[in-house]
Write a protein that binds this ligand. Structure first.
Ligand SMILES: NC(=O)c1ccc[n+]([C@@H]2O[C@H](COP(=O)([O-])OP(=O)(O)OC[C@H]3O[C@@H](n4cnc5c(N)ncnc54)[C@H](O)[C@@H]3O)[C@@H](O)[C@H]2O)c1
Length: 452
């Protein structure tokens, strides 16, 4: 039997264009998620157009440059040769077959979902929508966003009165909508992006079919779920699982320190169990755009259902407290050496939120630097990925990367991010005192090291 027999003419044509790699793909939001996705489609010879409101990014890409450390200009240039262009002109959307939205979903100042980037993008897309187009949201968000927020804006704002395809809809007057979460693990070089299965939930069977075809062209496996909300919840489950387990090991680390046990040794031993245990590692606090943020999208939505997500709240409380634990540990280590934190010189190693990446969003290092400064310490930092640290949404540090030499001048060297490029043996040998939040000095035995 022909597998496409149940599909409408419009859907079969679009699917056919995807399968022949002729479908024109639009990626909206050319950041850490959108730009690599655009490059994946371009590598597979799809005609790709990137859209971003940041004109500096658009110009950089069109000149063959890159603004993301791990993406080389050569990759952009190769995509340009394949026809990849970037633009801020939304009217070009009319010529696209598939539109993938990868814009930010942060929390606002009240720690509530800030959907303004999604709603802004939807308002910009709507006037240019045409029948038969597929729109996929990839931004992490609470269950219901695609159907309750994105779709109404697209339906209301388009000139032709088009409706999102739902079961029993009118063919010819429809566009197709799906949600498919991004599951990338930045800095992880063990799994290629195309090997991470892509979860897809369409508003109806036709949208699912098209979205699965679109992602099937660049990912080895697509996993269909029954609705956009199920796909939205899948992503949140994955991140909440991480957030809660990290909180668990952070709490057990605090207890282990008090009991004189090394939590990393314990985790390594537990990891030898061939089933039922997955290792998570403690650290100086949560960072990145996802784990500290996404769980609260669900807590917020849960309130609408008169439901309290207590695991999320508890994990948030423990993880948020970790930078304060680091501050106390530095003060105590200095105190043991008859020094006060007030007036001490502290070098923070690593400001990225995790090792080997150029992303500082929500990094615990920023909170730790502020806490140290408030306590009167004279703080410097070193991070090979950040020559300067300026102003962000929640901080204004205006610091310049200090060279990694004369470490003896600092009263304390504090390892916050365990970048692989650091020579930890050298660092310990040159320093007076090293406070290590990541177990980066595991291979070194020295009285100068304090684990925290
Ligand atoms: N970075 C990750 O590792 C990761 C992993 C999984 C999921 N996510 C999710 O993916 C989404 C995007 O994250 P990111 O890390 O790529 O963010 P980012 O900040 O790196 O990139 C977002 C881009 O969108 C652009 N943008 C904002 N509003 C726009 C608009 N109206 N029109 C066009 N462009 C617009 C910004 O200028 C920016 O270039 C978020 O929801 C995030 O939670 C990120």
């Amino acid at each position: 039997m022909n597998p496409d027999a149940g599909l409408t003419d419009q859907v079969s044509k679009c699917k056919n264009r995807i399968e022949r790699k002729q479908a024109r793909v639009a990626i909206i939001g050319l950041g850490y998620v959108g730009l690599p996705l655009a490059l994946l489609y371009s590598e597979q010879n799809f005609p790709v157009t990137g859209f971003d409101v940041d004109t500096h990014k658009v110009e950089t890409l069109n000149q063959g440059g890159s603004y993301i450390f791990r993406i080389l200009p050569a990759e952009i240039q190769a995509a340009r040769e394949q026809g990849f262009t970037a633009t801020s002109d939304y009217s070009q959307l009319a010529g696209m077959d598939a539109i993938i939205i990868c814009v930010p979903t942060p929390l606002d100042e009240y720690h509530e979902p800030d959907l303004s980037y999604i709603t802004g993008t939807a308002q910009s897309i709507a006037p240019h929508l045409r029948a038969g187009q597929l729109v996929v949201l990839e931004s992490t968000t609470y269950p219901g966003t695609t159907e309750e927020v994105l779709v109404p804006i697209l339906e209301k704002g388009n000139r032709a009165g088009l409706k999102a395809a739902r079961a029993g809809g009118q063919d010819g007057q429809e566009f197709y909508v799906a949600f498919s979460p991004e599951r990338e693990d930045p800095g992880n070089t063990t799994v290629a992006r195309r090997d991470i299965p892509k979860v897809v939930g369409g508003l109806d069977a036709k949208a699912s079919e098209l979205a699965a075809a679109l992602y099937g062209a660049i990912f080895r496996r697509t996993v269909l779920v029954s609705s956009p909300a199920a796909a939205e919840m899948t992503k949140l489950l994955e991140n909440i699982y991480r957030c809660v387990n990290i909180a668990l090991v952070n709490e057990l680390k605090l207890l282990s320190l008090r009991m004189g046990l090394n939590i990393w040794e314990v985790i390594e031993a537990a990891s030898t169990k061939p089933f039922g245990f997955q290792p998570f590692y403690p650290g100086p606090g949560l960072g990145g755009h996802c784990i500290p943020v996404d769980p609260f999208y669900l807590s917020w939505k849960a309130k609408q259902w008169d439901f309290r997500t207590r695991f999320i709240e508890l994990a948030g409380e423990i993880n948020t407290n970790m930078p304060y634990h680091v501050l106390d540990s530095v003060a105590r280590a200095l105190n043991q050496r008859r020094k006060a934190l007030n007036g001490s010189r502290v070098l923070v190693l690593g400001v990225a939120y995790k090792k080997d990446i150029d992303d500082m969003r929500e990094s615990p290092a920023l909170t730790i630097i502020e806490l140290l400064q408030q306590a009167g310490a004279e703080v410097s930092y070193n991070d090979p990925y950040f020559p300067t640290v300026g102003k962000g949404r929640k901080y204004d540090l205006q610091m310049k990367c200090a060279p990694l030499k004369n470490l003896g001048q600092y009263d304390c060297v504090l390892i916050v991010t365990d970048h692989s490029d650091y020579d930890y043996a050298q660092i310990v040998s040159q320093s007076q005192l090293v406070v290590d939040t990541r177990n980066a000095t595991r291979a070194i035995t020295s009285a100068k090291i304090v684990h925290c």
